[in-house]
Design a protein around this ligand. Structure first.
Ligand SMILES: NC(=O)c1ccc[n+]([C@@H]2O[C@H](COP(=O)([O-])OP(=O)(O)OC[C@H]3O[C@@H](n4cnc5c(N)ncnc54)[C@H](O)[C@@H]3O)[C@@H](O)[C@H]2O)c1
Ligand SMILES: [Zn+2]
Length: 364
């Protein structure tokens, strides 16, 4: 099965999408990273069955595997857990060429990637994402990092993997709510880059939600190709990579508000769904985008089971306050990614606070 290739000026790697791929992980890793020892950092939720499968495959490829299971959760994506991982690696004499392999969702991928970026000033890194979000988004593009008590992802690096090995069968045990959250990012890719993808998801949603093998492979490959294309065009987020933030300036405000005590409890993908609706409604109201886009977006999100209304959201004033401290703000202006039509967006920084407030109000 052809893989997606991510080519950067100083580095290239393959993103392989295949059901059952974990079974040949050892062979694959051997082609891109040194021999002998490998550090497997596994999400505790998948360390059992998938972890054992990965270990067997790595051993068959000649590796002696050191595995450490880590609980997912933003509260564990921190420097305390990272230093525990460093310690295990020193004790087991992991070397410059020993690969660090992440098996899990975006939490594990970001944290294991940060370990790989910094241990001995950088060792080979391999991503084996097991959530849909990690497959189509977090595992591709080399952004790695951890949280500080003061905020999310405040410490990090760019450290591209040597290989992204995606076994779509691992989605079999993923909670449905997490699957829906991953789909929010797929819908996002459709809106920002690819009207055809959006229409394909509309048409194939039942097969996707039913975990149809072929549909999942197609969905993941297509989305990975889009994420890879955006990263290739703009690795360090100087321009086009910002398009991936569609819906996210609103979403981050929702997430920040709930971190500080609001009881709504949206997961990331759910906050992104609300954020995409808010941004699109704003674009329509400003005459920048046909109303049809909002209608199709809301229709698809609702069929997926993602929220399009947020009755319990905090006060608009509080949410705008969080938008103004988001790290994507530049020169005091809130920059928003707004759709122009299905499959095309632009970055806009001249939207007035009144229009932003109306977009929040529109969600209620
Ligand atoms: N680096 C990037 O470019 C980038 C992009 C987007 C998001 N992220 C980061 O990704 C993180 C979110 O990732 P996520 O949505 O994958 O969340 P996550 O890693 O918390 O995983 C979600 C839940 O699913 C469980 N899980 C994972 N795989 C499973 C499986 N196959 N079966 C059953 N349960 C499974 C996990 O234990 C967890 O409870 C955030 O920290 C975010 O900052 C990074
Ligand atoms: Zn996101």
């Amino acid at each position: 099965m052809p893989s997606v290739e991510l080519k950067l000026p100083h580095h290239r790697y393959e993103i392989c999408v295949e059901p059952g791929l974990l079974g040949t992980l050892g062979e694959r890793v051997k082609q891109v990273a040194g021999h002998e020892r490998a550090m497997l950092i596994a999400d505790a939720a998948v360390a059992g069955t998938l972890g054992q499968k990965a270990i067997r495959a790595l051993e068959a490829g000649g590796y002696r595997v050191v595995m450490q299971a880590v609980e997912a959760g933003e509260e564990n994506k921190n420097l305390v857990v990272v230093s525990r991982l460093y310690q295990t690696m020193v004790e087991n004499r992991l070397e410059r060429k020993s690969p660090v392999i992440a098996l899990g969702g975006g939490i594990i991928g970001d944290m294991a990637g940060f370990v790989a970026a910094t241990y001995l000033r950088g060792v080979p890194f391999v991503q084996c994402p097991t959530t849909l979000l990690a497959m189509v988004d977090a595992s591709v593009g080399g952004k790695v990092g951890v949280n500080l008590p003061q905020g999310k992802n405040l410490v990090g690096a760019f450290h591209q993997p040597r290989l992204v090995a995606i076994d779509t069968e691992s989605l079999g045990t993923l909670p449905k709510r997490e699957l829906r959250c991953g789909l929010a990012e797929c819908v996002k890719h459709g809106v920002i880059r690819d009207a055809e993808l959006f229409a394909w998801i509309e048409k194939n949603l039942a097969a996707i939600l039913g975990l149809d093998k072929a549909a999942l492979v197609e969905l993941v490959r297509w989305n990975v190709a889009i994420k890879a294309a955006v990263v290739m065009a703009d690795e360090k987020e100087a321009g086009e990579r910002a398009h991936l933030n569609f819906g996210h300036t609103f979403a981050h405000a929702i997430e920040a508000a709930q971190e500080y005590g609001a009881p709504s409890g949206y997961h990331h993908g759910e906050a992104v769904a609300l954020g995409m609706v808010a941004a699109t409604r704003l674009a329509v109201a400003a005459g920048r985008c046909p109303a049809e886009v909002l209608k199709r977006l809301m229709g698809l999100l609702e069929r997926i089971g993602l929220p399009t209304r947020g009755e319990a959201l905090p006060e608009t004033e509080e949410l705008i306050g969080y938008m103004q401290v988001d790290k994507k703000v530049s020169g005091g202006k809130i920059r928003l990614v707004l759709p122009e039509r299905m499959g095309a967006v632009s970055v806009v920084s001249d939207v007035g606070l009144g229009a932003i407030a109306e977009a929040w109000e529109g969600l209620r």
